[in-house]
Design a protein around this ligand. Structure first.
Ligand code: G3H
Ligand code: 13P
Ligand code: ZN
Length: 340
């Protein structure tokens, strides 16, 4: 199947009332694990690359690995997404590379640390929307900032999204999807206790969805950080500073109220690391690097299958034919924002 735009993928998810996981990818085993899971559960999927992933693997390598995934699994709709673009240049380079969707994260300045003010966020996001929509490419924006700092990304301060401002932001920028800050953060340490409404504000999502029913809401920092995976990493000699993650029930509640894209990176990292550490611990004589590679791939596959079932995306791969970027560009030019 040719690559699909994230707009189409999320519009279809809205029509079917399910959520789509966006899994971060960095290498071949991770991409294969995700795609094996999508194949087995017949799920449409978003594979996303951060700037860190692009510099780790190299643009051409990463893009062709993602393309190989789309070719190898022709029944699975796949959107290629730039995660946390820090500038129009990053987003434009992803579009030139062949990504079908980009995130312009104008909640932070180009250093990916300093919170950016509302007007500057609108300006930088609108610039990317104009460029991307002319080419049929989907755009995700972000309003509000997540907590935590992951690999130097993030301000470390939480600024929850203001629903009234979200309405103005979407009207002025024309983004297809909006990442919101509701108290989550990136990484394995999100909450010091099982989160309740005091630290995870699901009502923000409900309010934004009432105001913006056609804008797809994105939950970042949505790993659930299973205690079992953390324990496995530790039991195999690893150290993880982990707290409580986002409960699956909260993600499911979000999906009932307009959340369509659910970003999951940490759970996959934990699953791969646990599998590799166990292999090194239990089979010291297995010095062929394909051993840990296979174990990591199987670990990623298992956690992805679980999330695909939980988000309701399983079984929806065959629901629709992909729309081309040109057709999507024509719709945007005609003032139509949706693919369905
Ligand atoms: O934005 C956060 C994602 O988990 C990506 O992390 O920048 O270390 O690749 P990364
Ligand atoms: P986690 O760290 O919770 O997996 O979040 C990933 C994310 O939001 C990527 O943009
Ligand atoms: Zn994120």
């Amino acid at each position: 199947m040719p690559l699909v735009t994230m707009r189409q993928l999320l519009d279809e998810a809205a029509a079917g009332a399910y959520g789509v996981a966006a899994f971060n990818v960095n290498n071949m085993e991770q991409i294969q694990g995700i795609m094996d899971a999508a194949q087995e559960t017949q799920s449409p999927v978003i594979v996303q690359a951060s700037r860190g992933a692009r510099s780790y693997a190299g643009d051409r390598f990463l893009y062709h690995l993602m393309l190989a995934a789309a070719e190898t699994y022709p029944d699975i709709p796949v959107a290629l997404h730039q995660d946390h673009g820090n500038s129009p240049e990053t987003c434009i380079s992803a579009i030139e590379l062949g990504f079908t969707s980009v995130m312009m994260d104008g909640s932070l300045a180009e250093d990916a640390k300093t919170p950016l003010d509302f007007e500057a966020n609108v300006a930088v996001t609108k610039q990317v929307v104009d460029y991307a929509h002319e080419r049929g490419v989907t755009v995700e924006g972000e309003l509000g900032t997540l907590g935590g700092i992951e690999d130097g990304v993030g301000s470390g301060e939480v600024h929850l999204t203001d629903p009234a401002q979200a309405e103005e932001f979407v009207e002025r920028t024309g983004v297809d999807a909006l990442a919101v800050a509701i108290g989550t953060s990136h990484g394995a340490y999100k909450f010091s206790r099982e989160p309740d409404g005091d630290v995870l504000d699901m009502e923000i999502i409900e309010d934004i969805h009432r105001r913006l029913p056609d804008t797809h809401i994105v939950m970042h920092g949505s790993s659930s950080v299973p205690a079992e995976l953390v324990e496995r990493v530790r039991a195999a000699g690893g150290e993880v500073d982990a707290g409580f993650g986002v409960p699956i029930s909260a993600i499911q509640r979000g999906i009932e109220h307009g959340v369509r894209k659910v970003n999951i990176d940490t759970d996959g990292r934990l699953a791969m690391t646990a599998a590799m550490r166990e292999l090194f611990r239990d089979k010291p004589g297995d010095w062929d690097p394909r051993g840990p590679g296979k174990a990591a791939r199987a670990g990623q596959k298992l956690i992805c299958m679980q999330r695909m079932q939980e988000l309701g995306m399983a079984g929806h791969a065959g629901d629709y034919e992909p729309m081309s970027l040109q057709d999507m560009a024509a719709r945007y030019a005609a003032g139509v924002r949706t693919a369905v």
